[in-house]
Ligand binder design. Structure first.
Ligand code: DON
Length: 585
C-alpha cells in the first residue's frame, strides 16, 4: 500500500527527532558511551571497586582492603605504604606528593598536599658553584638534594580524616612484605640493575638493594627490607610522630649530618601536610578536578583544556596532524605560564584565576595558527636549555570504591630511587626533590623545565611540581574517572591526553593509556613523540614547522572509571610492569 506523503513526512520527522535526541543524549556528560568493542586494548572490569597502580601486589593489597569493607582512602593509604616496599624506585615514605580525594556521599573533594619542603637552612643559591653554574650532581645526588619528606604525614592525615580503618590494619601488608621479603620481578631486577651506579654510591643502599657480592637480584629471588619493616612497624604503632619526632627522625637526621647535609630535627618536627581545595575547571560539560600549586599540574591541565574547548573536535580526526598540532601548540602556551607564573602559594602569589579563565584561554586560542607552529622564542623571548633527563621516577595510583569515592594519588622520590641515599638503619630512601626548584633563573632542571624566580629556593618552601592527579565528574556531579601518571614535566600532558581522548573521542581508558604519546613544554622547542605516529603525519607536522624528536616510551597512566551501569573499570599502563589494575568482586 502506498503511504500518504504527509504521514511519511511526520514519520520521518519523528525518526529524525529520535535520532537527534538519542545522539544528543549520547554526547551529554551524564550518560556517556565509551567505545568498548573492536579495540585492541580493554580495561579490567569489576562490580565492587577497582585499584590501578604500577605494581600488581600493591594493587591487590588495595583491592583486598576494599573487599574487607574499607573505603577508597583506606585502600589508597594501604597501596601507598605497599608501593614503598614493592616499587622502591618511586613508591616511598621518604618523598612526597599530592592526594586528590572525592567523597561521594558529601559530593566533596579535597587535596592533601604532602609535598616536601626546603629545610630551614636552605638558600636561594645553594646549588650554584663558584662560577654561578648549577651543580647538577649536588642537587640530584647529595643529601642536600632531599626536601623534608611529606609522605608519612600525608598518608596518615588522609586516613585519619577520611579513612575508616586503623593505621595498623592498612600498614600491616606493607610491613609483612618488607619483613618476609618480596619476590623480585623482572621489572624490579632490571630497574635495580639500571640504577646500580646511582645506588652504589651509598653504602646503605648497596647493602639493602644488592646481594652481598653487590650484584643485582635476579627475577625470582627474594629481597628483604628488614630496616624498612621496623620503620613501618614503628609508624604503625606510634603514628606520624614516630617519623617526624621519634627514633626514625633521629636516625634520618644523624645520617644527614654525617654526610654534611642541612636537614635538621626541627625541619622534621615542623613539617605538616596540608589540606587544600582542588583546582576546578570544566571541559565540554564535564568538571575537571586536579591539584593546585605548589603543583602546576591542575592549573596547566585546565588552561590547556580551556584552550582546546574552542575547537570542534568532532571535525578533527583523532590523531591527525591537525589534532597533534593544536594540542601541542596549546601545551606550549600553557607551559610558558606554568614556568613563569607559578610557585608555592605560601610564598608567592599565583595568578590562578586568570590562568584558568575561559577568557584567557580564548586569547591564546586566537594566537594559535592552524597551519604553522609558533616558535618557542616568540612565545617566550629568553630561555636556556640543558639536556633533559627524563629518567626520574614517580608513581601514580587511582582507587574507586563501591560507594563511589575516588582517590587519585601521585607521589615521588623525583629520580629513580631518589637521591640514591638510604638513611642509615631506617630502610628509607631519600628524595631529590630540590631539583624541582629553580636552582638558577633561566637554567633548566632535570626535566628540561626552564623555570622562573617564583620557584626559587627559600627555607620551608615547597618546590613547584608537575604532578597531576585528576578526577573527572559528569554533569550530575558524579565522579566517573580518576587518572594520573609519573613522567616529570610530561605528567601533565599524559592526564590531558586521557581526558581529551575520553571526552572528545570516547575512547576506552585502556586504549587511551596505550596510544603513543606526544608532548611539548615550550623549551626545548621540540615536538616529542613516542614511536607509532604515522610517518606521513609526522611529515605534515614538520612542514608546519615542528622540530620533531622521537623519545623512548615514557610515563604510566593508572586510571579507574565508574561507568553508566555503575560498573568499575581499571587500566594500568602497558608501559609499566604489567597488568596491575585489580578489581573487587
Ligand atoms: O614533582 C614533580 O613534578 C617531579 N618531581 C616528578 C618527577 C617524575 O615524575 C619523574 N618521573 N619520571
Amino acid at each position: 500500500m502506498k503511504k500518504e506523503p504527509r504521514k511519511l513526512v511526520i514519520k520521518t520527522k519523528i525518526i529524525l527527532f529520535l535520532i537527534l535526541f538519542i545522539s544528543n543524549k549520547a554526547i551529554s556528560a551524564s550518560s556517556f558511551p565509551i567505545e568498548e568493542s573492536f579495540q585492541i586494548f580493554h580495561p579490567e572490569y569489576s562490580e565492587q571497586g577497582m585499584v590501578a597502580s604500577q605494581e600488581k601486589t600493591a594493587s591487590e593489597i588495595g583491592a583486598k582492603i576494599l573487599k574487607q569493607g574499607g573505603n577508597a582512602v583506606d585502600a589508597a593509604v594501604a597501596v601507598g605504604y605497599a608501593l614503598a616496599v614493592t616499587l622502591p624506585k618511586a613508591g616511598n615514605i621518604g618523598g612526597g606528593g599530592f592526594m586528590l580525594v572525592w567523597l561521594n556521599k558529601e559530593k566533596k573533594s579535597i587535596v592533601i598536599n604532602y609535598r616536601e619542603k626546603a629545610p630551614f637552612a636552605a638558600t636561594k643559591d645553594m646549588f650554584l658553584d663558584k662560577k654561578g653554574r648549577v651543580n647538577v650532581d649536588e642537587i640530584t645526588t647529595s643529601y642536600n638534594g632531599a626536601g623534608v619528606p611529606g609522605t608519612v604525614y600525608g598518608l596518615n592525615l588522609a586516613l585519619k580524616k577520611y579513612g575508616t580503618l586503623p593505621l595498623k590494619k592498612v600498614m600491616e601488608p606493607a610491613i609483612n612484605l618488607a619483613r618476609n621479603g618480596i619476590t623480585v620481578t623482572h621489572a624490579l631486577s632490571i630497574s635495580l640493575t639500571e640504577s646500580m651506579k646511582h645506588l652504589q654510591k651509598n653504602e646503605e643502599s648497596t647493602r639493602i638493594f644488592f646481594k652481598k657480592n653487590k650484584e643485582p637480584y635476579n627475577p625470582g629471588e627474594t629481597l628483604y627490607q628488614k630496616d624498612l619493616a621496623n620503620t613501618l612497624e614503628e609508624i604503625a604503632n606510634k603514628g606520624t610522630d614516630a617519623f617526624y619526632r621519634g627514633s626514625i627522625a633521629k636516625k634520618i637526621v644523624e645520617d644527614v649530618k654525617t654526610h654534611k647535609g642541612i636537614m635538621t630535627l626541627k625541619d622534621l618536627q615542623d613539617y605538616k601536610a596540608i589540606e587544600m581545595s582542588p583546582i576546578e575547571g570544566t571541559y565540554n560539560g564535564f568538571t575537571v578536578l586536579s591539584v593546585p600549586p605548589p603543583s602546576s599540574g591542575g592549573v596547566t591541565l585546565i588552561e590547556i583544556l580551556n584552550i582546546l574547548e574552542n575547537y570542534d573536535f568532532k571535525k578533527i580526526p583523532f590523531r591527525s596532524a591537525e589534532y597533534f598540532h593544536i594540542l601541542s601548540e596549546a601545551m606550549n602556551f600553557a607551559y610558558y605560564d606554568r614556568n613563569n607564573s607559578l610557585g608555592d602559594p605560601d610564598f608567592v602569589k599565583n595568578p590562578i584565576e586568570k590562568l584558568i579563565s575561559k577568557k584567557y584561554a580564548k586569547e591564546i586560542f586566537q594566537k594559535i595558527d592552524l597551519k604553522n607552529h609558533i616558535p618557542s622564542e616568540i612565545v617566550q623571548k629568553e630561555g636556556i636549555r640543558r639536556e633533559s633527563n627524563q629518567d626520574g621516577n614517580t608513581t601514580h595510583y587511582s582507587v574507586v570504591d563501591k560507594f563511589g569515592n575516588m582517590v587519585s594519588n601521585t607521589y615521588t622520590l623525583n629520580y629513580y630511587y631518589g637521591n640514591g641515599k638510604t638513611a642509615k638503619g631506617t630502610g628509607i630512601l631519600l628524595n631529590n626533590e630540590m631539583d624541582d626548584f629553580t636552582a638558577k633563573v633561566g637554567a633548566a632542571n632535570s626535566f628540561g623545565l626552564v623555570q622562573g624566580a617564583k620557584n626559587s629556593i627559600e627555607p620551608q618552601k615547597r618546590p613547584l611540581s608537575s604532578m597531576t592527579p585528576t578526577i573527572l565528574l559528569n554533569s550530575k556531579k558524579e565522579a566517573i574517572l580518576a587518572t594520573g601518571a609519573p613522567g616529570g614535566s610530561r605528567i601533565i600532558t599524559q592526564s590531558l591526553l586521557m581526558i581529551t581522548g575520553f571526552i572528545d573521542y570516547q575512547k576506552n581508558i585502556a586504549s587511551l593509556a596505550s596510544y603513543p604519546r606526544f608532548h611539548r613544554q615550550l623549551w626545548p622547542d621540540k615536538f616529542y613523540y613516542e614511536d607509532g605516529i604515522a610517518y606521513e603525519t609526522l611529515e605534515v607536522l614538520k612542514k608546519m614547522g615542528h622540530d620533531i624528536e622521537r623519545v623512548n616510551p615514557y610515563g604510566s597512566l593508572q586510571t579507574v572509571q565508574k561507568n553508566i551501569e555503575n560498573r568499575f573499570l581499571g587500566s594500568s599502563d602497558p608501559r609499566s610492569e604489567g597488568d596491575a589494575a585489580v578489581g573487587v568482586w
